[in-house]
Design a binder for this molecule. Structure first.
Ligand SMILES: Cc1cc2nc3c(=O)[nH]c(=O)nc-3n(C[C@H](O)[C@H](O)[C@H](O)COP(=O)(O)OP(=O)(O)OC[C@H]3O[C@@H](n4cnc5c(N)ncnc54)[C@H](O)[C@@H]3O)c2cc1C
Length: 288
């Protein structure tokens, strides 16, 4: 199928893009096009105008500072994945990006576009939530920062207003004493996950002080569950704690029972791996 007709604009400045977006109710932003263009081709979306942001300056950065990683709206998944500094500061980003699609799609698709697209089957929105990151957005009305906990409104729906462009995502650095892990099951590596699970564990010596688990393809929004009590209790069952807050759904890819089974298998595995990661990092800090 071919897309419905649309006007096309490729502004050279952010101000021009924001004014065009504010002036056209049916307009949509085009970044890497790896999610939007298939939707257009299938006529699941029919915007009156595409505002292509690929010519905008100063949005292609992957910037690493002590507090974390800042990813500009035009940084491709492959560029984020290729940054050894970003991986060092926040290893979960690279762990998850290795599972995002295939190299050709990662060369074009943007990490910020994936977040705004708000697909619960996508890895990066869940990672942003688990890490308690945020997104900076701009509009003709000014700028604001949206914490990840307030970013995902529903299936494929973010809380960005129609006239807002996301300019940067912020992934906090991994704190000393913290560890992360990610695993997913997909039919083929690079396919969307049947279920993906990430863990973020904070430790103090041998004790786990906080443990949270994030899920891909389990709910219709990216979801994170705090399982600290279950991890601290020798008889606790973190997967059962998580499942009490999840409602795995059936679709053409997997039954609800299979997704439930994968949560039970993967959640303890990633929690154990993240705890080992935290302890090995503590060891590295003591014995550099
Ligand atoms: C075959 C295939 C397999 C894939 N597999 C996976 C996978 O396993 N995991 C995964 O996570 N993703 C997967 N993807 C999607 C891919 O990661 C996309 O890159 C990503 O979802 C969207 O990024 P984009 O830059 O292409 O956004 P686009 O397609 O350009 O835009 C997506 C949506 O976000 C909006 N948008 C984009 N950028 C901005 C911005 N800066 N400000 C405001 N709105 C914006 C657009 O208006 C649109 O609504 C796959 C894609 C394909 C085609």
């Amino acid at each position: 199928m071919k897309p419905a007709p649309f006007a096309y604009l490729r502004p050279a400045t952010l101000e021009e893009a924001l004014a065009a977006l504010a002036g056209e109710q049916g307009a949509k932003v085009l970044a890497g096009g790896q999610s939007l263009v298939p939707l257009l081709n299938m006529r699941l979306a029919a915007p009156s105008m595409l505002i292509d942001i690929n010519a905008l300056p100063d949005l292609g950065h992957v910037r690493v500072a002590e507090d974390g990683v800042r990813v500009g709206a035009l940084a491709r998944h492959a560029e984020v994945l290729g940054s050894a500094e970003a991986e060092q500061a926040q290893p979960l980003l690279a762990m998850a990006l290795r599972h995002v699609a295939h190299p050709t799609i990662r060369n074009r698709g943007t990490t910020v576009g994936s977040i705004v697209h708000a697909d619960a089957a996508a890895e990066v929105p869940m990672v942003l939530r688990l890490l308690e990151g945020s997104v900076d957005v701009a509009s003709v009305r000014g700028r604001r920062t949206i914490p990840a906990a307030e970013l995902f409104a529903g299936p494929l729906e973010s809380t960005l207003a129609h006239d807002e462009i996301a300019v940067e995502a912020f992934f906090p650095a991994l704190a000393p004493g913290a560890g992360v892990a990610f695993q997913e099951i997909a039919r083929r590596h690079g396919d969307y996950a049947l279920v993906g699970v990430a863990a973020h564990v904070e430790t103090d010596g041998e004790a786990v002080t906080r443990a949270r688990v994030g899920f891909v393809s389990v709910s219709d929004v990216p979801v994170v569950v705090d399982v600290t009590d279950a991890v601290q209790d020798p008889a606790g069952d973190p997967a059962a704690t998580a499942l009490a807050e999840l409602d795995p759904a059936e679709d053409i890819h997997a039954t609800a029972a299979y997704r439930t089974h994968l949560v039970k298998v993967l959640a303890p595995r990633v929690l154990a791996a993240a705890t080992d990661h935290a302890r090995s990092r503590a060891g590295e800090a003591i014995h550099p």
